[in-house]
Design a protein around this ligand. Sequence first.
Ligand code: T46
Length: 134
Amino acid sequence: MQVIKYSFQQHGDTRGQLVSLEEFNDIPFRIKRVYYVYDTLPNVRRGFHAHKSLEQIMICIHGKCKVLLDNGLEKKIVYLEKPYEGLYISNNIWREMYDFSEDAVLLVLASDLYHEEDYIRDYDEFLKFIASKN
Ligand code: T46
């Protein structure tokens, strides 16, 4: 499984850093939704689902966390700890986010609005869904 991690351009000067993200220029899809996760308690694991169509970019804009990616055949662990790095997650990928630092803020850019019917929240169902696509 190929892990796609973007390193966004940082506009740094003597005042500090700024990162700007434009749809189709820096982000490979139209950004229809933005959400963020913070105040995550120790030992919490989130996610445990895949999306049928949604594409996302995850950016840990403060603190750090880990993301487990699973395409049904292979698993990869990705460290997110830089505010200028974005992890692209396509559809049909099971994801779990964990080991959040106390100060972690995980920002997510999504290609669509929130639709619960796009979620696959059962791992066996995910494997069957993947198998039906191949
Ligand atoms: C994903 C990972 C990275 C909304 O009402 N609107 C939203 O846009 C989102 C994302 C969630 N919600 C509600 C649904 C639940 O009642 O917020 C609650 C928590 O959502 P969820 O349990 O899905 O959170 P995570 O952290 O497990 O998953 C989220 C996203 O849902 C998911 O798309 O890829 O972050």
